[in-house]
Design a protein. Structure first.
Ligand code: ANZ
Ligand code: ZN
Length: 816
């Protein structure tokens, strides 16, 4: 029999889809469904992670389109960034040419895969028409106090020669990353990160810390893991600040989350960067020496130095020693800690090291023993040795202790403001002119975009070297001034691109508000979990900021988030650098697509195996053989050649097939709703076997069997679109299966028709039958086709016209 050859048909169907505008977003929108895959970074070619990501969005978009939604499924390019610069440098070209070539290649790859995008909405972040809106938004943020210009100690990658946001410094844990702890490396190149003091632009994302944190509770369509990562990143902690008197030096305020342990504070520890410490260092040689030692080590551990001052405990009045200790971080809380060795692991270890007293002030409520002073007791409990607070539970004590005059309620966050500038070429120029008279002045709208100057290869920042580009008049006073030569973090580009897709050609603003309000939120957003914090937090921040600027109604951008798992090969992530990549097309684009969808639940990792790929391949062939056989038989009958007979009258056992078809529709629909494409494939494999057995057993009952094949084809269409078009064509169905209606169970069909008073079906419903049955005058026959055969059809006909002769006909001749 014939073999299915996707390569032969792919180009043809791509062409037809394009000609028919199948994937264009409708203008009039009744049921908007916005399906988005995280747009790819233009690194050169499509990899297996992309394929998996976009196979998921494509299947969902196709399914929802067939189910009657107005679907928006766009694609674009995250085109700015350092790798393009590095690649250009190595290849002796410029970042733009390199990026454009990558885009061409990747677009071809996507098209070959058969993904159905509305290409009329394609956006590319390195187009001036796109990045001018980054600049526009920057100036709006500036006008609305969402941008700050501040001297800051920043992360500096000596290899990339640029500043990095905290989130772009990789460490073993979030706390470390946040705290710029030693040992952090650049997320791109892995070089150890250094610290430098520079004047910098920040987006004040910390203004939204509470909102972003609280909003997570309502994001029920997001994986819990992502929500937890964001909570962790924002790091909100409720607690208190306790003031300790340090004599002539005034007071030191320490942030604590465990106010209930305050009676157990046996020392005070200050971060090396604390204001008081620099004062003390002037007269205290030990402190000065310690600061030097800390500055030149990567691992200060539990080191510390006792100072000459003491602090008065505000509750007991006792004098406690004051230390400078590297484990206290400069930019967390107040940069000062009250040390409670009896109830905190780190304080206990520090006390061990420096011979400080350990005191127990909290004990287990149930009276069970603790192992103090050897091991700290870190749980909540009941207060002891705490003066008038003895006997209170920890929670109640934390409340009551707030009333003390030395205590103030406080919340801290790990989140820091978002550092924007990069000293690199391939990004959006920050639209600022530095004027000796007026300071930094934003570039007026009329002068946007500030386009990148021509690329020149230098070791530093090419924008610095662009003398002509750099020197301009101040937009305010006209004095000789200089452009800002830093470009924006490329995460700015991706923070609002989902909005640009909604009105990609709009010229008055980044997006048209009315359209945005109509489409948002993004119904389904799919991408890798490496974006759990960075990109997805920025996206949420931008949406809220834009809402506050009056540009949007929505405050959350994405309703449902899916993180696709990793494709592994020989136990490792599949990638070019790991040397275990399989090119998407090695096994045929559609086999690859089917395989990545059928291998596992979208969120799970799975192993690439040749065996599983060939299972996907065999499944395609099985579907194709089943339908092409049917088509062959039909044409033989038409030519009155010997062909396998079909029945046009049903037997009681045919009802079984009808029920199985309906059951399959229901099951597959539910799996599509839940994004369990692997189960869709499983159901359809079962269904194909069933149809085959049915057809081999005896002449099939034509009406039910052809319906079964039609249903199979429509259910396949979201995950194997080329194959499904080919089958649809073999079945001689009208139009394209990509635009066909999602199948309904016969009972649903009947019910809907009764509801709408349309009990009589059209002739199209019985065309399969008329193919083989000689009907003298097809137009004259009104046929009611419905489920459970005689009864259902009878019920329908009765509802239409109890006296109709057709009722008798149904009872006599089945469907005809
Ligand atoms: C006293 C205390 C007693 C604390 C106790 C904890 C337990 P975590 O540990 O994540 O809950 N802290 C405050 N500022 C700090 C800084 N700048 N650098 C390092 N540590 C700092 O974070 C809250 C705790 O971290 C705070 O509560 C404080 O120690 C410490 F039984 O105060 B606690
Ligand atoms: Zn000026």
């Amino acid at each position: 029999s014939r073999r299915y050859d996707h390569a032969r048909v792919a180009e043809y169907w791509q062409h037809v889809w394009e000609r028919e505008g199948v994937y264009e977003t409708p203008d009039d929108v009744a049921n908007p469904t916005y399906v988005l895959g995280m747009f790819p970074y233009t690194s050169g070619s499509l990899h297996m992670g992309h394929i998996r990501n976009y196979a998921i969005t494509d299947a969902h978009a196709r399914y929802r389109r067939m189910a009657g939604d107005d679907v928006l499924h766009p694609m674009g390019w995250d085109a700015f960034g350092l790798p393009a610069e590095n690649a250009a440098y190595e290849r002796d070209t410029d970042p733009e040419s390199w990026t454009r070539a990558c885009i061409e290649r990747m677009r071809d790859d996507l098209e070959e895969m058969g993904f159905g995008y509305d290409w009329a909405r394609e956006i590319t972040t390195c187009d001036p028409e796109y990045y001018r809106w980054n600049q526009w938004l920057f100036t709006r943020f500036l006008d609305n106090d969402l941008v700050e210009y501040d001297s800051a100690t920043v992360n500096w990658c000596p290899d990339c020669e640029t500043v990095l946001a905290d989130a772009q410094v990789e460490t073993d844990d979030y706390e470390g990353a946040h705290a710029h702890a030693a040992g952090g490396v650049c997320w791109r190149c892995g070089t150890p990160v250094e610290r430098r003091d520079l004047d910098q632009w920040f987006f004040t994302i910390t203004d939204y810390a509470d909102e972003l944190y609280d909003g997570l509770d309502e994001l029920e369509g997001w994986p819990e893991g992502v929500r937890d990562s964001q909570r962790n990143w924002i790091g909100r902690q409720a607690g208190a600040r306790v003031a300790f008197d340090v004599g002539e030096h005034g007071a030191v305020s320490a942030f604590t989350t465990r106010l209930d342990t305050v009676y157990g504070a046996t020392y005070l520890a200050l971060a090396p960067g604390h204001d008081l410490v620099s004062d003390l260092a002037e007269t205290d040689a030990d402190v000065a020496a310690y600061l030097e030692a800390v500055a030149s080590t990567d691992d200060a551990g539990l080191s510390g130095v006792e100072t000459a001052v003491t602090a008065t405990h505000p509750f007991t009045g006792e004098e406690i020693p004051v230390y400078v200790a590297a484990y206290v971080l400069d930019d967390v809380g107040t940069g000062a800690v009250m040390g409670v060795p009896g109830h905190n692991d780190r304080d206990h270890a520090f006390a061990d090291e420096h011979d400080l007293p350990v005191e127990q002030v909290v004990e287990p409520v149930d009276g069970s023993p603790t192992n103090l002073p050897d091991d700290p007791y870190t749980e909540d409990g009941m207060l002891t040795d705490s003066g008038e607070y003895d006997g209170l539970a920890s929670t109640a004590a934390r409340d009551r202790l707030l009333d003390h005059e030395a205590v103030e309620e406080a919340t801290t966050y790990r989140l820091r403001d978002w550092l924007i500038p990069r000293q690199r070429y391939w990004g959006t120029p920050i639209p600022i002119v530095h004027c000796p008279e007026c300071g930094p002045v934003p570039v007026p709208d009329a002068d946007l975009p500030v386009e990148l100057p021509e690329y020149v290869q230098t070791t530093g920042n090419p924008l610095d070297a662009a003398e002509e580009w750099k020197h301009v008049d101040c937009p305010d006073c006209g004095a000789d001034a200089e452009r800002e030569t830093d470009t924006m973090d490329t995460f700015v580009d991706s923070s609002w691109y989902f909005l640009r897709f909604l009105s990609p050609h709009f010229e008055d603003a980044p997006f048209e508000q009315e359209t945005a309000d109509e489409w948002l939120p993004v119904d389904v957003y799919v991408g890798g979990e490496e974006h759990a914090v960075l990109h997805l937090l920025y996206l949420r921040f931008f949406t809220r900021a834009l809402a506050d600027l009056g540009l949007l109604d929505r405050r959350e951008p994405v309703e449902r988030l899916i993180n696709q798992g990793t494709v592994l090969h020989s136990g490792k992530k599949m990638s070019k650098s790991a040397g275990n990549a399989v090119a998407p097309h090695e096994y045929g684009a559609e086999t690859t697509r089917l395989f990545v969808l059928s291998a596992a639940h979208p969120a799970q990792d799975f192993e690439w195996t040749v065996k599983d790929v060939s299972t996907a391949y065999d499944f395609q062939q099985d579907c194709y053989e089943l339908v092409s056989e049917f088509a062959d038989q039909r044409s033989r009958r038409r030519r009155s050649q010997a062909a396998r007979a079909v029945r046009t009258e049903s037997e009681p056992h045919d009802a079984y097939l009808e029920r199985e078809i309906d059951r399959t529709i229901a099951a597959v629909t539910e799996e599509y709703d839940r994004f369990r494409f692997h189960r869709v494939v499983g159901e359809l494999q079962r269904f194909v076997r069933l149809l085959r057995r049915y057809a081999e057993y005896e002449p099939p009952y034509l009406f039910a069997y052809s319906r079964g094949l039609r249903v199979l084809t429509t259910l396949l269409a979201p995950i194997a679109p080329y194959l499904a078009e080919e089958l649809w064509h073999l079945l001689e169905e009208d139009g394209l299966v990509a635009e066909a209606d999602w199948p309904e169970s016969l009972r649903d069909v009947a019910d809907h028709r009764i509801e709408r008073g349309l009990v009589r079906t059209t002739l199209a419903d019985v065309r399969d039958i008329t193919d083989v049955v000689d009907i003298a005058d097809p137009e004259a026959i009104e046929v009611v086709v419905a489920a459970d055969w005689k009864y259902e059809a009878y019920r329908l006909a009765q509802a239409a016209d109890p006296d109709d002769a057709i009722v008798g006909e149904i009872m006599g001749t089945e469907s005809i």
